[in-house]
Design a binder for this molecule. Structure first.
Ligand code: B12
Length: 220
């Protein structure tokens, strides 16, 4: 079977330790970070039918989420750190001396889904961005206050819940009202993807974490 499919199935079944070992092996065999993230995300996303209002099999879903998080933290983050260190070495500059932009990131109020946002935060951190992670269920004012205080260059907002989309629309005007209209707002997550950047007043709507990272790096 396709080894990436094996990894997705391990995550789907909540086999966290086996998933970590499998991902480590694949990364050592030169599979990319993007392929690993894609596989583990598929392993979680497949559980959508166990996560509805009518049918909520919390344990199965949470075990898969744990397996995905462990792969991201124990394999993906380490691989990205190695890549960042080697770039810093090759360019003969310490990572600390590179000019860093700041992103304030969170999941919008009313939504507790945070796996996708965690992937984005991890990718950003190891691509030389300073990340202020506000967590989940964050009110619009939370983004605005943190963006001002941290002198952010970007606000990243995630939502997987359609009912929360109206709140996302409020971020850009609320920033502008505080004189922070120059901050770029980028959105992602399955609910956001079903809308448009224009409707949600986003500067960029990302189709996945890597698409979002490309946008951030282009204007960094
Ligand atoms: C795991 C999960 C949960 C977990 C979340 C755990 C956690 N810590 O995140 C738990 C069990 C808590 C949960 C709860 C609920 N869930 Co739920 N959940 C899911 C599930 C199965 C997978 C989501 C996931 O993590 N995918 C993997 C990650 C990596 O993918 P991702 O989030 O899309 O992120 C990727 C990109 O979108 C992007 N991205 C994401 N955010 C951002 C942000 C930025 C800035 C950028 C650049 C990119 C980016 O990067 C990631 C990697 O590429 C989805 C089904 C699905 N297929 O999406 C349902 C789903 C999201 N849940 C759903 C529902 C209904 C619920 C509940 C209401 C269920 C209930 N009976 O209570 C509650 C919600 C409570 C609340 N108020 O939020 C619905 C939402 C329907 C809708 N459109 O509104 C879904 C779609 C399932 C379905 N029925 O279709 N859920």
């Amino acid at each position: 079977m396709d080894p990436l499919m094996d990894l997705a199935l391990l995550v789907q079944h909540g086999e966290n330790r086996e998933a970590v070992l499998c991902a480590e092996k694949l990364l050592a065999e030169s599979y990319t970070v993007e392929q690993i993230v894609d596989a583990v995300a598929k392993g979680v996303a497949i559980l959508r039918n166990k996560c509805t209002i009518e049918n909520f099999q919390l344990l199965d879903v949470l075990l898969a989420c744990r397996a995905m998080t462990e792969v991201v933290d124990e394999c993906v983050a380490i691989k990205l750190k190695q890549q960042l260190d080697s770039v810093a070495e090759n360019h003969e500059r310490a990572a600390g001396t590179l000019q860093r932009k700041t992103i304030v990131i969170g999941t919008i109020q009313g939504d507790v889904h945070d796996l996708g946002k965690h992937v984005v935060a991890t990718l950003c951190r190891f691509n030389n961005l300073r990340v202020i992670n506000l967590g989940k269920d964050v009110p619009v004012e939370g983004f605005i206050t943190a963006a001002g205080k941290e002198r952010a260059d970007f606000v990243g907002v995630s939502s997987l819940m359609s009912v929360c989309l109206p709140k996302i629309k409020m971020i850009k005007p609320a920033l502008a009202a505080q004189g922070l209209g120059h901050i770029k707002v980028i959105g992602g997550g399955s609910a956001v993807q079903q809308s448009t950047a224009e409707t949600l007043r986003l500067d960029y709507l990302a189709y996945d974490a890597f698409d979002g990272l490309d946008y951030l790096c282009k204007i960094t």
